[in-house]
Design a protein around this ligand. Structure first.
Ligand code: GLA
Length: 396
């Protein structure tokens, strides 16, 4: 933060500097069910996107990223259109998201930086939340946490065009250190589950594949539509009225109806639904295991979630599947799965920290040989948990 602050002073002669720490997130259980109104779990990492900013009273947005070239520069009254793949989309979307309900007169001069590679850790939700918090601060807007989730989510869905649910924003904003955030994506009610005092020490390993393509370019949106079609087909087979596309969610169709008509569903739709219903059960069992400090059971559920994501949901890419399969077989790893959607980015493992060296060796022995294109760019990190997005005040 201190380095970013110096940079902000140097570049924009800023005074009255504030900061936001916006953590990256992983999803231990509850893969690809948020957009279907399912139950998801989320954890914030102690790696974050950091933003330092000061008020721009004239209403300009001036942002320099430490990770990308080019300065983002526009006036809040004249927000540029979305540019596919541009890092600037998130600040543009953040301004537009708030402008739906608030008068935004002041902009920000800011420096932003992220430490971990992009892909699968929801850096997009993390940056968007950081921008929203900064804009709210300088424009005297106070938001409830859940509203911040919605304003941040709007940017991804309505501005960028991803059909995702609220897993990323909820995990980034609502998480608490050493606890498990559980969101019911149908009712938007969430719980924070305490860790049992007897839980053995654990951390997460994060293995970055070297692939950072945007989710928009993957099969992600198609899968969401396939789930919706599966729910429609089940409604139809059960002779129920069909809800509109927005309301068409597997959570609105009971498991009994699925089991009754499973054989009548075309293969891919049956597999998507099978993933949904089994993942719901894994989340429920996972919450119990977490409450009891039973990392072995929790880890086994993560492995099963990863298997279902690959075979039933058919997400993932060869590189991430290699990392997943390797972690699953590595001593000291309770369980592994994709950190997010699985089309690129990272795979995570819930680990016993005493085994870090073995875990590094296990990945190093397999990944660069099987995927030589990424041998110079893949990375292995270890991370503990942290709180959700928060303001950072500098001591003068
Ligand atoms: C991405 C999306 C989330 C969620 C996960 C898969 O991270 O942004 O909304 O669907 O994939 O669980």
């Amino acid at each position: 933060m201190i380095e970013l602050r110096s940079k902000l002073i140097e570049k924009y002669h800023a005074i009255g500097i504030q900061g936001v720490v916006s953590p990256l997130r992983i999803c231990p259980l509850g893969a690809h069910v948020d957009h279907q109104g399912g139950l998801v779990t989320g954890v914030a990492l102690n790696s974050s996107v950091n933003l330092v900013y000061s008020t721009n009273k004239d209403g300009y947005i001036k942002i320099q990223s430490m990770d990308f070239p080019d300065e983002e520069y526009f006036h809040v009254d004249d927000v540029p259109n979305v540019v596919p793949g541009s890092w600037g989309n998130y600040i543009r979307g953040a301004v537009l998201s708030l402008k739906r309900d608030y008068i935004i007169k002041k902009g920000i001069n800011a420096i932003i930086s992220g430490k971990l590679p992009i892909g699968g850790l929801s850096s997009s939700a993390a940056v968007t939340t950081a921008y929203l918090m900064a804009l709210c601060d300088v424009n005297n807007i106070t938001l409830e946490k859940m509203d911040l989730v919605y304003y941040s989510h709007w940017v991804e869905t309505d501005y960028i065009g991803l059909k995702n649910g609220i897993l990323d924003q909820a995990s980034n904003i609502l998480s608490q250190k050493n606890k498990l955030m559980v969101m019911d994506c149908l009712t938007d009610q969430y719980q924070i589950i305490e860790l049992h005092p007897s839980t053995p020490t654990f951390e997460f390993v994060i293995v970055y594949s070297g692939i950072s393509t945007a989710l928009m370019g993957t099969d992600y949106n198609n899968r969401v539509d396939e789930c919706k079609v599966a729910s429609w087909l089940l409604n139809e087979l059960n002779q129920e009225p069909l809800p509109n596309l927005k309301q068409a969610k597997l959570r609105n169709v009971s498991k009994e109806v699925f089991l009754k008509y499973r054989e009548n569903l075309p293969g891919r739709f049956a597999r998507r639904a099978a993933h949904f219903y089994s993942e719901q059960e894994r989340v429920i069992k996972g919450i119990e295991a977490w409450k009891q400090g039973d990392l072995v059971t929790f880890g086994a559920l993560m492995n099963a979630s990863g298997d279902s994501s690959v075979h039933q949901y058919e997400s993932g890419c060869p590189e991430l599947i290699t990392i997943f399969e390797t972690l699953k077989q590595t001593p000291g790893v309770y369980g592994a799965r994709f950190s997010g959607a699985g089309y690129r980015g990272c795979c995570i493992g819930l680990i016993d920290p005493a085994f870090k060296e073995e875990i590094i060796a296990s990945i190093d022995q397999v990944y660069p040989i099987k995927h030589p294109n990424y041998k110079d760019v893949y990375k292995i990190h270890f991370s503990a948990q942290d709180d959700g997005a928060r303001y950072y005040t500098f001591k003068e």
